[in-house]
Design a protein around this ligand. Structure first.
Ligand code: GLP
Length: 260
């Protein structure tokens, strides 16, 4: 795992944006896996700035989001489709036809999950997957003790996740209990995973992901098996790690081509 530590979330997000910008410049028709939540907001703002001021071109990029709530239409302000439009797509030159999210209102949810996997494969797989981290170690909406080999499917949110996400809803009773999420197996097939975690509430999950055992109790820990994972942290999120000096040393001694 490549671990990049920055004092604050803003600097960490700029670094993450550089990882993505490099890919988009090197491979203009790349496939990006995207995430929602509070964590990637500054990343999307920085990518929008790079588009505006430095001509970062998204016209040939395809995107697949990790997940979507069941039962919220695209027009619902808490749907992830709405979030992506508001926080990112409207600021860049992406072709909406190339943006994919699971449809949480599909009449046949199981078929929608199978089709989503097929669409990812037909696009050639995901080049880079952005991931936030749940406070319980979830990635996408893959909650603790779920299969580490799962594929895109309908999942039931844990009570912890519903509580964490209720801050974004006017009324906590409105938080959906079901979602469609890429599975852990789907995420593990991305060629590069870019995990972002900020703030003290994530420090426990960050330590479990990087330094704990590989266990479905912390789904993100499976990334220890992934051949290419970059993890971008601010200091509060990194506070629970035991080997901080080692991660700093590694970053300081990178060869030029290993740096972003
Ligand atoms: C949500 C999303 C995840 C997200 C995570 C963290 O439940 N399904 O994709 O990464 O929880 O959210 P936040 O970034 O708001 O802390």
């Amino acid at each position: 795992m490549e671990i990049l530590l920055r004092p604050q979330a803003a600097e960490a997000s700029y670094r993450a944006a550089r990882v993505i910008a490099r890919l988009v410049r090197e491979k203009p028709a790349c496939v990006l896996g995207l995430a929602t939540g509070r964590t990637p907001v500054l990343l999307y703002r920085e990518l929008a700035r790079l588009h505006r001021e430095e001509n970062l071109d998204f016209s040939r990029v395809t995107t697949f989001n990790l997940d979507e709530y069941v039962g919220l239409p695209a027009s619902h302000p808490q749907s992830y489709r709405w979030f992506m439009e508001e926080e990112f797509f409207r600021y860049i030159n992406i072709d909406r036809k190339n943006t994919n999210l699971p449809d949480g209102c599909a009449s046949d949810l199981r078929q929608e999950c199978r089709d989503y996997e097929k669409r990812i494969s037909a696009a050639g797989g995901i080049d880079l997957q952005v991931l936030g981290l749940g406070s319980n170690g979830h990635i996408g909406f893959n909650e603790p003790t779920g299969s580490l080999g799962s594929r895109t499917w309908v999942k039931i949110l844990s009570q912890q996740t519903m509580k964490d996400n209720s801050e974004l809803f006017e009324n906590s009773a409105d938080v959906p209990r079901h979602c469609i999420t890429m599975g852990i197996g789907t995420i593990m097939e991305a060629r590069h995973c870019l995990v972002m975690a900020f703030g003290p509430k994530k420090s426990h999950a960050v330590a479990a992901m990087i330094e704990g055992p590989i266990t479905s109790m912390c789904p993100a820990s499976v990334l220890q098996f992934h051949p290419r994972t970059t993890i971008v942290l601010d200091e509060p999120a990194a506070a629970g790690l035991s080997n901080l000096e080692h991660y700093r040393w590694i970053e300081q001694n990178k060869l030029d081509w290993q740096k972003y």
